[in-house]
Design a protein around this ligand. Structure first.
Ligand code: KG4
Ligand code: ZN
Length: 349
């Protein structure tokens, strides 16, 4: 069995997986309520909360997996990227636990967790990766499309095809949501309001950012700035519910238009290569969005690609995906040699 620990941001999470990726326990202690009064994550509060919840949660996860600690063969923890104080709690906790049990640790990049999460199944062993796939990771801190290739029995290779040049998409949802009076985190709230509204780009003119170079990078700060300006000018605020719903529908639509514009660029570039990607996946907190899930399903069907959406319980931060990434990457190490790092990339050339 493998024990996963995730403490990179505002969720303390612990999971227990079998070697075949079957999720035996997946527990999350969310701190959202503690950060909500501040409209965003307060790093110092996050660290203290992790410290308080981590070990009780480990005990609870092992018990609910019907296991005992001495059955744990490996401890996987998020080593970065994230809030350094928050990461340190999970890394030090995992190191101590592994050292005490005499088992190796795997330092997992949080993004690897999201990248492989669509292959986790809620009941049953994980699904094998195809030979090549395009993986969309859209979260509060990251927005990228990755090229994943399976190399026989070796670890899959990960190469980052684009990134955001400024804000992440989830962050954009949250900041604009906060500005129009929605509680933190704004993403799910914007989605809820958008469902009652109608997208109208003439009324709310959000431009699709394009670069002069042929890059497929994302950029969300322009949409954020114009959304905030328009919201201020038109008085989009609690009370004007119909207008706020239309605003949210249009704003969400503009964000997703950019996602599909870049995905199409990348697909056109990779489809003639050998092997061509046969599947597109969606993961990260923003992958919980129903409109995005439906649009990606339709987009993939039109191109003869299969689609794999991360189960909603594995979209937002969780430890099952961290333990699963450790199984994919297979990098067991001495517990004494692992360090937490606030900045870490994956698949950058
Ligand atoms: O992956 P995650 O839990 O944390 C990071 O690693 O960043 O993602 C959290 C982000 C937040 O920005 C939140 O607003 C967004 O995911 N999110 C959504 C939805 N649910 C969560 N964004 C849009 N629509 C949703 N339904
Ligand atoms: Zn995340």
């Amino acid at each position: 069995m493998i024990l996963g620990i995730e403490t990179s941001c505002d969720e303390t999470a612990v999971a227990v997986l079998d070697r075949d990726g079957r999720v035996r326990a997946n527990l999350i202690a969310s701190q959202i309520e503690r950060h909500r009064p501040f409209g965003g994550v307060v790093p110092e509060i996050a660290s203290r909360e992790h410290l308080e919840h981590l070990f009780p949660l480990i005990r609870q996860a092992v018990a609910s997996a019907g296991a005992t600690l001495d059955q744990v063969e490996m401890v996987a923890m998020t080593a970065g990227p994230g809030l350094i104080g928050a990461l340190l709690v999970g890394v030090a906790g995992g190191q101590g636990l592994a050292y005490g049990l005499g088992v190796p640790v795997v330092a997992v990049n949080h993004l690897e967790g999201h990248i492989f999460s669509p292959y986790l199944n809620a009941d049953g062993p994980a699904t094998d990766l195809p030979a090549r796939l395009l993986a969309l990771v859209l979260s509060g801190g990251h927005s990228s499309i990755y090229d994943i290739r399976r190399n026989g029995n070796a670890s899959p290779s990960v190469s980052m095809l684009n990134r955001t040049r400024d804000d992440a998409i989830g962050e954009t949802f949250d900041k604009v949501g906060k500005f129009i009076g929605l509680p933190y985190p704004g993403g799910p709230q914007v989605e809820k309001l958008a469902r009652a509204g109608k997208a109208d780009r003439k009324r709310f003119p959000f431009a699709l950012p394009q670069f002069k170079d042929p890059s497929a990078d994302f950029s969300f700060s322009g949409i954020k700035a114009s959304a905030i300006r328009i919201a201020r000018e038109r008085g989009i605020a609690p009370g004007a519910e119909n207008e706020r719903a239309d605003f949210c529908a249009t704003f969400q639509d503009a964000l997703f238009e950019q996602v599909f514009d870049r995905l199409e660029m990348i697909w056109q570039k990779t489809r003639t290569e050998s092997p061509a990607p046969s599947e597109v996946t969606l993961a990260g907190g923003v992958a919980a969005n129903g409109v995005l899930r439906d649009r990606l399903t339709a987009w993939a069907a039109e191109r003869g690609l299969s689609v794999r959406l991360a189960d909603r319980r594995y979209c937002t931060d969780n430890a099952a995906m961290i333990a699963f990434a450790a199984l994919q990457t297979g990098r067991p190490a001495d517990p004494r040699r692992v360090v937490a790092r606030s900045r870490m990339v994956v698949g950058a050339n």
